[in-house]
Design a binder for this molecule. Structure first.
Ligand code: FE
Length: 184
């Protein structure tokens, strides 16, 4: 697939399926994603991590899980489907922080006592479905992950990206940054 075609495909996924409310929050998935990318850019993150922040929830958009979080009775595992899709088109510096971003939440809940208090009620609800705070054994495994630090900073941007009415760049403004990372 040509770069241009892949960007168009991703952009269409976000403009059509991203227009619905982000799971249990007052912003759409598109707004949430643009805010995460904005915070990454503001933090002077490398391009790959900005794109990872922009696309971190693509698994929600390519899955058919219900948009109503109250209907979730099992973990939708969106980070696995999303990172798998991304790994087919991008390097691990994009797909790996996405794969680890849910485990980063579970890690921070175990490692940082002040962290759970900063999570929204929807995020606390999914935490339970995702397995709750990590055990000691899970923490040890997570700390051996190459991209754990990227996943943790992505997680913090993700948690902040629920601001109603925030102005951000558009999805199309990321075309060059995305296309620069697409693997031939
Ligand atoms: Fe998110």
């Amino acid at each position: 697939m040509k770069d241009n075609d892949l960007f168009s495909e991703i952009s269409a996924i976000y403009s059509v399926r991203g227009a619905v409310a982000y799971f249990g929050e007052a912003v759409t998935t598109l707004e949430h994603s643009l805010q995460a990318a904005y915070f990454a850019h503001e933090s002077k993150a490398p391009n790959a991590l900005i794109v990872a922040a922009l696309l971190h929830d693509i698994g929600h958009l390519i899955d058919s899980s219900s948009a109503d979080i109250a209907e979730w009775t099992t973990d939708a595992r969106h980070e696995v489907s999303g990172s798998g899709w991304l790994a087919a088109h991008f390097g691990p510096e994009v797909s790996e922080p996405v794969r680890l971003h849910v485990r980063a939440k579970r890690y921070l809940c175990a490692a940082d006592p002040s962290y759970p208090g900063r999570l929204s009620s929807a995020s606390m609800h999914t935490l339970t479905l995702q397995g709750g705070p990590m055990s000691h054994a899970e923490v040890t495994v997570f700390e051996a992950e190459t991209y754990r630090r990227d996943a943790i900073v992505l997680r913090h941007w993700d948690d902040r990206s629920k601001v109603v009415g925030m102005r951000t760049p558009e999805f199309s403004d990321y075309r060059k940054q995305i296309e620069a990372l697409i693997r031939a």
